[in-house]
Design a binder for this molecule. Structure first.
Ligand code: SF4
Length: 416
């Protein structure tokens, strides 16, 4: 737990070129929690039916940024990436989107050539909002499509129909934004035929980037309760595996290169924000429920909207959890996140990030997994094989279990 009087580290004075990227953030995540209704599978930090609080929320985001970057607007901290996620950030009006851009730019301006993404839902993203987004300094929109097939959309309890997706993609393109689409596989009732059709329709729209997520039944969500009550039948594991296999083959054949377990992109359109995250680099997390990593300390903001607004507007600590990881935990996290990338954990990057040798920490645990064909090991480092991507979580658990109880020679986390 965090004491409200605890101070957030002051970083604004550090010249960014000299600072280590896992100490001083070069990426900013802002959470916008508002949603029109809860989708059946959702366990994100959301606030339903509270859009009357959006203007106050933007005041709170400004106040939280002012606390995190205390040097003021004369001493801003430049960012390589912004990512505004939700929730449904596209519930903001065009004017509110422009204001959001101004608030972020005041303390954490995007560098020239930086990447700025915002998540949008098809039913609340049109030409006017796309233009506003571009004027606000954003250059990428990530659309929560999830499915085109009406049966899958209904199973997920999504509020849009497929006709709105094309409108949203056209709007984004028209405003000069790079477009990414999110899809979900493994939804109840989904079939090989319906999934192939979803992939075909997504690719037909020609997005620059696609994220595919396997459906998970998080405890307490409406969908998980239906499963427990016997009202909904989850897909068989083998079918889910087949859907993922189809996706990897279909998208690669369509010119989308897989660069992470769930992410595919045309050349040059990989998400830089997510890359920084998977490399376990520092990032600010602003807004209700947002997670940050600054100077070796993880923070998690309160998930209660009214509490967040009250604390942020008063200039007080918004995190309810603060955690400084020990060197072994940092090593484990770094491996866990980097292994999600197709290039895996590069040994030299692991050393740069932690001060440790990859082999000395995880080499023992890797032997059996390499033998089973789930991991590949070469001079560069460790990576999941194609087969390993199907069981990535289990592979990571085994690798972590093979690590020693303590490590020597790691970098001190908070040191720039
Ligand atoms: S739109 Fe996204 S954040 Fe909102 S309820 Fe649906 S899944 Fe959750």
């Amino acid at each position: 737990m965090v004491s409200p009087t605890e101070n957030t580290p002051t970083l604004a004075h550090q010249p960014p070129v000299l600072a280590k990227p896992w100490v001083v953030p070069r990426s900013l995540y802002v959470h916008v929690p508002f949603c029109a209704k809860q989708c059946g599978y959702c366990d994100f930090a959301i606030a339903v039916g509270r859009t009357d609080r959006i203007d106050t929320y933007l005041d709170a985001v400004r106040a939280e940024l002012a606390r995190l970057v205390p040097g003021g607007e004369n001493e801003p901290m430049p960012m390589d990436t912004w990512f505004v996620g939700g929730g449904t950030p596209s519930l903001l009006s065009a004017e509110q989107l422009r204001r959001l851009g101004r608030e972020l730019a005041a303390r954490t301006p995007l560098v020239a050539g930086g990447e700025a993404s915002l998540e949008a839902n098809p039913e609340s993203f049109d030409d006017e909002k796309a233009r506003a987004l571009s004027e606000a300094g954003f250059n990428r929109v990530s659309l929560g499509v999830q499915a085109f097939e009406p049966g899958t959309l209904a199973a997920l309890e999504r509020p849009h129909d497929a006709s709105l997706v094309a409108r949203a993609v056209t709007a984004g393109r028209g405003a000069g934004l790079s477009v990414s689409l999110d899809l979900i596989f493994g939804a109840p009732g989904q079939t090989v035929r319906s999934w192939r059709e979803d992939l075909r329709r997504a690719m037909e729209l020609g997005p620059d980037h696609l994220s595919l997520y396997g459906l998970t039944y998080e405890r307490g969500t409406p969908l998980e309760k239906k499963v427990r009550g016997g009202l909904v039948l989850p897909l068989a594991e083998e079918l889910e595996r087949e859907l993922y296999d189809i996706a990897m083959t279909t998208l690669e054949a369509g010119g989308y290169k897989q660069y992470e377990i769930s992410n595919f992109a045309k050349p040059g359109f990989e998400s830089r924000h997510n890359r920084a995250y998977w490399a376990n680099l520092a990032h600010f997390g602003v807004g209700m429920g947002a997670a940050g990593l600054v100077a070796g300390e993880r923070t998690l903001n309160t998930r209660d909207l009214d509490r967040y607004l009250r604390l942020a507007l008063a200039g007080e600590e918004t995190a309810f959890q603060r955690e400084r990881l020990d060197p072994l935990e940092v090593a484990k996290e770094t491996l866990m996140m980097n292994l999600r990338r197709v290039e895996g954990m590069v040994a030299s990057e692991f050393f740069d990030r932690t001060g440790l040798s990859l082999d000395s920490v995880f080499g023992g645990g890797a032997d059996a997994l390499v033998e089973q064909g789930l991991l590949a090991r070469d001079n560069q480092g460790l990576r999941l094989t194609r087969e390993g991507r199907f069981v990535a979580d289990a592979v990571i658990v085994k690798l972590l279990a093979g690590a020693p109880a303590t490590v020597e020679g790691a970098y001190p986390e908070g040191a720039a």
